[in-house]
Design a protein around this ligand. Sequence first.
Ligand SMILES: NC(=O)c1ccc[n+]([C@@H]2O[C@H](COP(=O)([O-])OP(=O)(O)OC[C@H]3O[C@@H](n4cnc5c(N)ncnc54)[C@H](OP(=O)(O)O)[C@@H]3O)[C@@H](O)[C@H]2O)c1
Length: 347
Amino acid sequence: MASILSSLTSPLSNPLLKEHPYFVVFLLALGSLSFAKFVIKTAGVISQTFILPGKNLKKYGAGKGAWAVVTGASEGIGREFALQLARKGFHVLIAARNTTSLNNLAAEIEAQNKGDNKVQTKVLTMDFSKPNDVAQWTRFQSEIEHLDIGVLINNVGRSHSCPVDFVDTPIDEMDNILNINVNATVHVTRAIVPGMAKRKRGLVISIGSFSGVSVVSPMLATYAGTKSFLSSFSAALAEEVKDKGIDVECLNTYFVVSNLSKIRKPSVMIPTPKAYVRSVLAKVGLPCGALFTGRPHVSSPFWSHAMLDWLMNIIGWKMFFARYTHDLHRSIRKRALRKQEREAKKQ
Ligand SMILES: NC(=O)c1ccc[n+]([C@@H]2O[C@H](COP(=O)([O-])OP(=O)(O)OC[C@H]3O[C@@H](n4cnc5c(N)ncnc54)[C@H](OP(=O)(O)O)[C@@H]3O)[C@@H](O)[C@H]2O)c1
């Protein structure tokens, strides 16, 4: 005990240091380097998330007559993107199925942005679950053909109605998720990016999810798979078009209050669409919580999502999160089935 104490108070007298001085110095250097790396990375994440501004949207034509296209814009996050992009000076083309909601949103946008800030809107009723509906895709193509599109928000998305094992997933639910989240997104992007390349400017944002980008998500296999697709698709596309003045990113989104999440009350971890979209538009081009996590062109801009993303990457123990998520989804399914039973009995 006395020798341990004396070696602590006087490290040079430590026999290990005396016998293997180079080895001890090597270990100390390695430890210091790892610590310095951790500090530098954490400082990067914190400054991107809380201090640094993202790219100015004027780069993509804000206030200069450019348009923003938002898919799935009648509700939730998409609706908020349309409202905030209009406020930033983009004309907006909004697409979804519910024509009444879209028309109301267009009227709200035009009423809010009059005079010098006059914003034009276009409403496009589209069912993105129908990739083979030639008539609607021809209409889409002819609506966008002559527009100077500066921003594309690939927001439209559908999840499972409730967590479910892959083998029990209804086939039509699976097809809808694949068609909306993957096929429609790829088609819309394919239609819009060539025009952006010609004009040498553009921003393409796709809404990913923690369930595909950060964690293994048992019982949401199809949905999570489509969100992983978006992350990989965005990263590849981003590299191809970066020399053409186009920025592409995939958002790593934890929960947001919406119909899709079935969460009605905001909290520290679960922002409203308004707060979430504000953070996205303020941090364009900054990975924030996804910085140094080996996922190029992924961004976690909302502060608490950024911290969670960063923390999960530090912990790194993916199987722990997979098991936690599996248990969580099992219990969500149990509760949902019990609720369905209660409601069936009431009728
Ligand atoms: N909320 C979250 O916690 C969360 C987390 C991670 C990622 N995300 C992603 O964020 C995106 C937006 O989600 P949200 O939470 O805002 O969902 P939401 O409130 O349910 O809104 C979905 C939007 O998509 C439209 N839509 C759905 N199916 C469509 C179809 N077949 N054709 C055309 N439009 C369709 C809906 O409008 P109509 O009904 O009028 O068609 C609505 O405007 C999705 O990609 C989602 O995966 C959300």
